[in-house]
Design a protein around this ligand. Structure first.
Ligand code: F6R
Length: 608
C-alpha cells in the first residue's frame, strides 16, 4: 500500500529517498514519485510502474536537493498512471504526498474548483496541495496552513508537504495513518514505515493522531491536535539488523516459508515453562483479566482472519469459551451486541490494517473487558492501542502473501487459548499435552518442509489449470481457505475452499478434469466421513491431491496422496498449512507471476 518518505538533510537526499522507496516496495504499489526542493524550483519526477523506473529518471536528470518528499502509490481514487502518482502539486509551488483516504474529497474539490484551482489528477490527494496553497496565499506559515487544512479534511491521512518559499523545512501531519520521524546523523526523516529509513537511523519518534511536525536538517518540532508543542518519546530499534534480504532464496516468500521453524521457536520463546504456559505473557494483569472472560470476539482480515477461525475452534475445545468471529471490515456495521465479560481479540501481522484498527477503536467504546492483540510489529498502531499484546516475533515479513506470519499467529493464538484455559483452571492435562507438542513443533515443521520434492511433482498439474477447489473439515476448513487464498493471490488461479461435507450441496457440479481438488485429511474423528466426501469427487472423475495422515485409508489413482508427518491433533492445522504454501509458491513460480508483489495487492492495507 502507499508509502511516504521525506527528508531534510545537510547532504543530497534524492538517493536516500529513492532507497527508502525501494525498502517499501514490499508493501505493494503501482507508481512512484519524488519532489526535490532546488532553491528556486522543485524537481518533480513520477513514474508508472516500478521504483527502478523513477531511479533511472533520477540517474539521467541528477537533481540535487537537501529537502524532499517521495511516495509509492497504491491506487484507490483514479487508475494507476503517471498523472495520478504522487507527489501532487498546486501551481508549481506546493507539493504533497499523502497516504490514506480523504472521505469528503468531492465537496472540498468542488469548493477549490470554484476558487479557481485546476485539478490534473483523479485522486482525492491532489486537493490537499491546493488546500494548503489556498491557506499559504493568505499569508499563513506551512504549519498554520496544515492546521487549517486539517480542520477541513475528513478521513485518514499521513501527509508530507514542501513549498517553494521554504527550502529549509517540510511539514508532516498524521491522522489514522502511520507516520513516524527518524533522527539521523545528517538529517531528520519522516516515513510511513520504519523499514524505509531503518538504514539511516535507529532512533524513531512515532507520531500520534492529530500531530503535525516541522522538520529541518538539524531539528524537529511536534505539535499535538491542539497545536501545543509536545515531546514524543524516542524509541530505539535496530531495523538494519533485522533480516530484510532474500539471502540465497529466489523470493522473500520462499525464504519466509523456510524460516518457519525458527519463527515458531521465537513465538514460543519465554512463554512456556515446565509443562504449562507462563502467567501474564500478554502483559501484567492479563492472566487476572482472562479469568473473568466468559465470551470472546475475534476481528481480523484475510489470512489473519483464517488464523482466528482456527482459534475459535481451539477456544471452544480447550478453554471452553464461546467465540464470535467477524471480518474486521464488517464488524462495526452489524450493531454487535457485547455480552458481559467479553474479551476482544484482534489479529494482525502489520498492526496497521485500517479495518482492524477501526474495529478496535469502535470496540473500545463498547463494554468489553479489554482488548488483546496478536501482532508481529511491535511499533504498530494496533500494538500501541490494545490493552494487552502478544508479539509473534516472526521477524519482518516482506512477501505480500502471508506465510510465517500466519503459522506464528496460530502458535500465538494457541498460547492465548492455553492462557485462558489456565486462568479459568481448565484442562490441566490437555494443557500439558499441548505444551509438550508445541516444544517439538519446529522439528515437525522441518519434516513437513522436506516434502518439497513431492510437492514439486504436483505443481505442473495445478499450474496448467484455471481453477482449484480446496477441501477440509472442522479445524481444517480455515486451512483449506488459507490454501485457496494463497494460491489465488500469487498464481492468479481462481481457487475456492469448502468444508468437504458441503460439496454435495452444490460445488460437486464443478467437478471435472479441469478442476483439481486439494484436500486435507488428518487423523480425526471425522476422517472416514471426509474420505467418503472425497470418494464422491473420485466417482465423478475428479483429480484429487490429498495431504493426509498415513492412517487415512484412501486409494488415489487420479492425482496424488501425500503422507504428512504426525503431530498432536490440535497443532495439525499449523503443519497442514505448510504444503499448501509450498504448492502455491511452486505453482506461481511455474506461471511466472510477481510472487512477492502480486498484482493489485498491498502488504499493509492502511485504507478501509
Ligand atoms: C494474504 C494476506 C492478507 C493479510 C490481510 C491482513 O496473504 O497477507 O490477507 O492477512 O491483509 O493483514 P494484517 O495481518 O497485516 O492485518
Amino acid at each position: 500500500m502507499c508509502g511516504i518518505i521525506a527528508a531534510a538533510s545537510t547532504r543530497n537526499v534524492g538517493k536516500l529517498l529513492v532507497q527508502g522507496l525501494h525498502k517499501m516496495e514490499y508493501r505493494g504499489y503501482d507508481s512512484a514519485g519524488i519532489a526535490l526542493h532546488q532553491e528556486n524550483s522543485i524537481a518533480h519526477l513520477r513514474a508508472l510502474g516500478k521504483v527502478q523506473l523513477l531511479e533511472d529518471m533520477m540517474i539521467s536528470e541528477k537533481p540535487k536537493s537537501k529537502l524532499g518528499i517521495a511516495h509509492t502509490r497504491w491506487a484507490t481514487h483514479g487508475e494507476p498512471s503517471e498523472v495520478n502518482a504522487h507527489p501532487h502539486k498546486s501551481k508549481d509551488k506546493v507539493y504533497i504526498v499523502h497516504n490514506g483516504i480523504i472521505e469528503n474529497y468531492i465537496e472540498l474539490k468542488e469548493a477549490l474548483v470554484k476558487d479557481g484551482y485546476e485539478f490534473s489528477s483523479q485522486t482525492d490527494s491532489e486537493l490537499i496541495a491546493h488546500l494548503l496553497d489556498s491557506f499559504l496565499e493568505k499569508g499563513n506559515s506551512m504549519i498554520d496552513a496544515m492546521y487549517l487544512a486539517k480542520e477541513k479534511l475528513e478521513g485518514a491521512y499521513a501527509i508530507a508537504a514542501i513549498d517553494i518559499d521554504n527550502n529549509n523545512s517540510l511539514v508532516v501531519a498524521r491522522n489514522k495513518s502511520p507516520l513516524l520521524l527518524g533522527i539521523g546523523t545528517d538529517e531528520i526523516l519522516a516515513a510511513s514505515d520504519p523499514l524505509a529509513i531503518g538504514q539511516l537511523t535507529n532512533e524513531f519518534v512515532f507520531l500520534e493522531d492529530g500531530d503535525v511536525a516541522e522538520i529541518s536538517a538539524e531539528s524537529y518540532k511536534i505539535f499535538d491536535e491542539n497545536k501545543k508543542e509536545v515531546e514524543r518519546e524516542i524509541t530505539n530499534i535496530d531495523i538494519s539488523s533485522q533480516a530484510t534480504s532474500k539471502g540465497d532464496y529466489k523470493h522473500f516468500m520462499e525464504k519466509e516459508i523456510y524460516e518457519q521453524p525458527e519463527a515458531i521457536l521465537n513465538t514460543l520463546d519465554g512463554r512456556v515453562g515446565g509443562d504449562d504456559i507462563l502467567d501474564n505473557i500478554f502483559g501484567l494483569g492479563s492472566s487476572e483479566l482472562f479469568a473473568k472472560a466468559k465470551r470472546i470476539q475475534i476481528v481480523a482480515c484475510g489470512t489473519s482472519l483464517h488464523a482466528g477461525r482456527v482459534a475459535a475452534n481451539w477456544l471452544s475445545s480447550i478453554a471452553e469459551l464461546p467465540c464470535q468471529i467477524d471480518y474486521a471490515s464488517e464488524y462495526r456495521y452489524r450493531n454487535p451486541h457485547v455480552d458481559e465479560n467479553s474479551l476482544l481479540i484482534t489479529i494482525s501481522q502489520s498492526g496497521e490494517t485500517a479495518d482492524t484498527l477501526a474495529a478496535l477503536r469502535y470496540a473500545k467504546e463498547k463494554d468489553y473487558l479489554g482488548s488483546v492483540s496478536i501482532c508481529n510489529v511491535p511499533t504498530s498502531s494496533l500494538a500501541r492501542e490494545s490493552d494487552f499484546v502478544l508479539f509473534t516475533n516472526a521477524g519482518p515479513e516482506i512477501g505480500v502473501a502471508s506465510t510465517k506470519a500466519f503459522t506464528t499467529q496460530l502458535a500465538g493464538l494457541m498460547l492465548l487459548v492455553l492462557s485462558l484455559a489456565k486462568s479459568r483452571n481448565l484442562n490441566p492435562k490437555l494443557r500439558t499435552r499441548i505444551i509438550t507438542a508445541l516444544r517439538t513443533l519446529p522439528e515437525v515443521i522441518n519434516e513437513t518442509l522436506a516434502l518439497k520434492e513431492k510437492i514439486l511433482d504436483l505443481a505442473p498439474a495445478i499450474a496448467s489449470k484455471d481453477n482449484a477447489l480446496f477441501l477440509g473439515r472442522g479445524i481444517f476448513y480455515p486451512i483449506a481457505k488459507e490454501g485457496a487464498l494463497k494460491l489465488k493471490e500469487i498464481s492468479y488461479i481462481h481457487a475456492e475452499a469448502y468444508p468437504a461435507g458441503e460439496l454435495k450441496h452444490g460445488p460437486l457440479a464443478l467437478i471435472d478434469e479441469d478442476m483439481p481438488v486439494i484436500a486435507l485429511a488428518p487423523e480425526s474423528e471425522i476422517a472416514e466421513k471426509l474420505v467418503s466426501n472425497l470418494e464422491e469427487v473420485k466417482a465423478r472423475g475428479g483429480t484429487l491431491y490429498v495431504f493426509a495422515d498415513p492412517s487415512v485409508k484412501m486409494d488415489v489413482k487420479n492425482g496424488a496422496f501425500i503422507s504428512m508427518p504426525k503431530c498432536d491433533f490440535f497443532l495439525t492445522p499449523i503443519i497442514y498449512t505448510i504444503p499448501l504454501q509450498i504448492l502455491s509458491y511452486e505453482v506461481a513460480l511455474l506461471r511466472g507471476t510477481d510472487i512477492d508483489q502480486p498484482r493489485n495487492l498491498a502488504k499493509s492495507v492502511t485504507v478501509e
